[in-house]
Design a protein around this ligand. Structure first.
Ligand code: 13P
Ligand code: SF4
Length: 307
C-alpha cells in the first residue's frame, strides 16, 4: 500500500460519519484531487457545487477566497479550510476600502470583481466573475447599466486579456497572480522550439503577450476540457504544476511537457492537514453577516448570468 493509503481511508471514513464533502480545486495535488475530492473543478464549478450540496460541512481543497465563497453561498453550512495560510497574491492586492476609493473616482461605472478576492472586496462590488465567464460578465453588466466602461479588479492581466475580446473599455487594477505572472513570451517561443508541434494552453492570469503566443486560453476547467476534447499529442499547460499531473491522469495518451510554476498557497493544503481539519473541525471560515449578504448578491448575480 502506498504511504498515503491510511490517510485517504481515514479521510473518506470521516467524511461519511460527518456528512462532509471535499471541494477540490484543479491545483490540488493528485492525492487530494483524485482520492478524497468529491467535486473537482475550477473556481466557478466549485462555487456552483457549494450551492448544490446537502452536506453539513464543506472542506475546501483550495485557497481562502474559495472557502469564503462557499461560506458566502452556504451560510448554514460549516466551511473549513485545512490551512488558514492558504492565501492568494491577487486576493491580498486589494481591500474593500480600496474599492470604495475606486468607486468614488469613477462614479456610475460598474465594478466587476474576480472571485480571487476577499469577502469585503466582493461586498463592495456590483458583480463577480471568474476566468471562465469574465468576457460575458463584463458585456452583461455594461449593457444592464447602460455604460461602455467597467472597472475590473484586481487582476491587471485578466483585465487586459478581457479588454482584447470586447469593445467595452476596461479599467484595471494592478494585482497579479504570482504564479502566472512569471511566464514570459520568450519562454513560450523557447518551449515551441524545443518541442515542435506542441499545443500551448495558457490561463488568462498570464501576461497578454504570453496569451498571444498560446493556442488556447481558458480557466483551469476549460484547459482540462480542451485536452480531453482535442487529445493533442503533446501539450504545455502554462499554469500551476498540479494541473498537468491531474489532467495527465485522465489523458494517458497525451504527453505533458511540464514547465510550470508552483502556487505556494495551494500547496499549503496537504492530505495531512486535511485529515486534521476534518477530524478536529478546526479552521472554520466565517464571514460577518452584513458583509456576506452584500457579497452574496455579487456572486449570485454572476451565477445567474452564467446559467
Ligand atoms: P480557475 O477559476 O480557472 O480555476 O482559476 C483559479 C485560480 O486561482 C487560478 O490561479
Ligand atoms: Fe492566487 Fe495565483 Fe495561487 Fe491562483 S495560482 S491561488 S491566482 S496566487
Amino acid at each position: 500500500w502506498p504511504a498515503y493509503a491510511p490517510l485517504v481511508h481515514a479521510i473518506n471514513t470521516l467524511k461519511k460519519e460527518k456528512n462532509a464533502v471535499i471541494l477540490a480545486h484543479n491545483y490540488m495535488t493528485p492525492d487530494i484531487f483524485g482520492l478524497v475530492g468529491d467535486y473537482r473543478g475550477d473556481s466557478l464549478g466549485l462555487a456552483i457545487e457549494a450551492t448544490k450540496t446537502d452536506a453539513d460541512m464543506i472542506i475546501q481543497g483550495g485557497v481562502h477566497f474559495m472557502a469564503e465563497t462557499s461560506k458566502i453561498l452556504c451560510p448554514d453550512k460549516r466551511v473549513l479550510i485545512p490551512s488558514m495560510r492558504a492565501g492568494c497574491s491577487l486576493a491580498s492586492s486589494i481591500t474593500g476600502d480600496d474599492v470604495k476609493l475606486i468607486k468614488q473616482r469613477y462614479p456610475g461605472i460598474p465594478v466587476v470583481t474576480y472571485v480571487n478576492t476577499s469577502a469585503d472586496v466582493k461586498a463592495e462590488s456590483d458583480i463577480c466573475c471568474t476566468s471562465s465567464n469574465a468576457v460575458a460578465i463584463v458585456e452583461h453588466i455594461a449593457a444592464e447599466m447602460g455604460v461602455n466602461k467597467v472597472i475590473m479588479i484586481p487582476d491587471e492581466f485578466l483585465a487586459k486579456n478581457v479588454a482584447k475580446q470586447t469593445n467595452i473599455e476596461v479599467i484595471a487594477w494592478h494585482g497579479r497572480c504570482e504564479v502566472h505572472a512569471r511566464f514570459s513570451a520568450q519562454d513560450v517561443r523557447e518551449m515551441r522550439e524545443s518541442n515542435p508541434g506542441v499545443t500551448v494552453l495558457a490561463h488568462p492570469e498570464c501576461p497578454p503577450e504570453v496569451v498571444a503566443e498560446s493556442d488556447f486560453t481558458g480557466s483551469t476547467k476549460a484547459m482540462s476540457d480542451y485536452v480531453s476534447d482535442n487529445r493533442p499529442k503533446n501539450v504545455i499547460l502554462l499554469t500551476e504544476c498540479s494541473m498537468s499531473d491531474n489532467v495527465a491522469m485522465a489523458n494517458p495518451d497525451t504527453d505533458f511537457v511540464r514547465p510550470c510554476n508552483l502556487c505556494p498557497h495551494m500547496k499549503r493544503i496537504t492530505l495531512e492537514n486535511m485529515y486534521q481539519c476534518l477530524r478536529d473541525e478546526t479552521n472554520e471560515v466565517l464571514v460577518p453577516e452584513d458583509m456576506r449578504v452584500k457579497a452574496y448578491d455579487a456572486v449570485m448575480r454572476m451565477i445567474n448570468v452564467t446559467f
